[in-house]
Ligand binder design. Structure first.
Ligand code: GLU
Length: 290
């Protein structure tokens, strides 16, 4: 990518924690950060912090400040410069341009309501975009495009068979086609999570992506984008998610306290980090496997 200055160079293992500052961090984030941090430290590697603030309408500076305070409270130090995705939009735009030139993306004019309506027919698996705008001549109304979508069938044919490595699942055959023509950029958000994360992990020299298993499926798309953009493929460590006493996944919407709440209530963050490492936190924590 010619943009390694913001990473830390060639130092063996490099992991990262990449929160989106759209809300407060909770225990699940702490667990992921601890695992990513420890994975690097145990191998003499580097742990990076990247703020995924591409969604300008939902990202808030006060959440960034809390993220920094939360990590310090947990006793997790990161290496190198703090990277903000909002300062890297030109890189994502360049990559999108290259994909456009190869005919691998197309503009989409559908509103969310139109897509929802088209999907109202019963379907077996997760809803995927039904391809309404694929192959339609966009020229007369180009300025009305809401989004740019990957032409998945073309992209998969272009890239050929792909594999990636997951610590728990082993060698995984990439199946990005299950997710259909994913959005790579929107009018109001110049890069999707998929595009930005793929570019940044490569640009920062990340060798090991440690993150929750809720992002396992997304990795199929990231693997494809790596192939299309000529980027290296890191190793993946998708860890189990923390669950509450009810066995349900901990999430903000389930009312689990934020790290900020715990910090301000006087909880010892380093002790909490150790409890998460040892599986002795007062929530259902799976044994450390990443
Ligand atoms: N920014 C994403 C999130 O906060 C995580 C990205 C990743 O680890 O790949 O959910």
């Amino acid at each position: 990518m010619g943009d390694r200055a913001q990473g830390v160079g060639e130092v063996g293992v490099v992991t990262r924690f990449a929160p989106s500052p759209t809300g407060r961090l909770h225990l699940g984030h702490a667990y992921s950060a601890v695992l990513a941090h420890d994975h690097a430290r145990a191998r003499g590697g580097h742990f990076l912090l990247r703020i995924e603030d591409i969604d300008g309408t939902r990202s808030r500076p006060e959440h960034v400040a809390d993220i920094l305070d939360d990590l310090a409270w947990l006793g997790l130090e990161w290496d190198g410069a703090l990277v903000f995705q909002s300062q890297r939009l030109h890189l994502y735009a360049d990559a999108l341009e290259r994909l456009k030139e190869r005919g691998l993306v197309y503009p989409c004019f559908c509103t969310r309501a139109e897509i929802a309506e088209a999907l109202s027919a019963p379907h077996g698996s997760a809803p995927v975009y039904p391809g309404i705008c694929r192959g339609v001549d966009p020229e007369p109304r180009m300025h009305l495009a809401h989004a740019w979508r990957l032409d998945m069938a073309r992209a998969v044919a272009d890239a050929g068979p792909l594999d990636w490595w997951d610590e728990r699942a082993g060698l995984v055959r990439a199946r990005p086609q299950d997710q259909g023509d994913v959005v790579l950029a929107r009018k109001d958000a110049p890069a999707s999570y998929h595009l930005a994360v793929t570019i940044d992990d490569a640009a920062q020299g990340v060798t090991d992506v440690v993150r929750g298993e809720d992002l396992f499926e997304a990795t199929h798309v990231h693997r494809l984008l790596q192939a299309l953009l000529g980027l290296p493929t890191p190793r993946y460590h998708h860890h189990s998610l923390l669950t509450g006493a009810d066995g349900k996944r901990l999430a903000k919407r389930h009312g689990s306290p934020s790290l900020r709440d715990m910090r301000l209530a006087g909880v010892n963050g380093r002790d909490l980090a150790n409890d998460l490492r040892n599986g002795t936190a007062t929530v259902g924590v799976p044994p450390v496997s990443a």
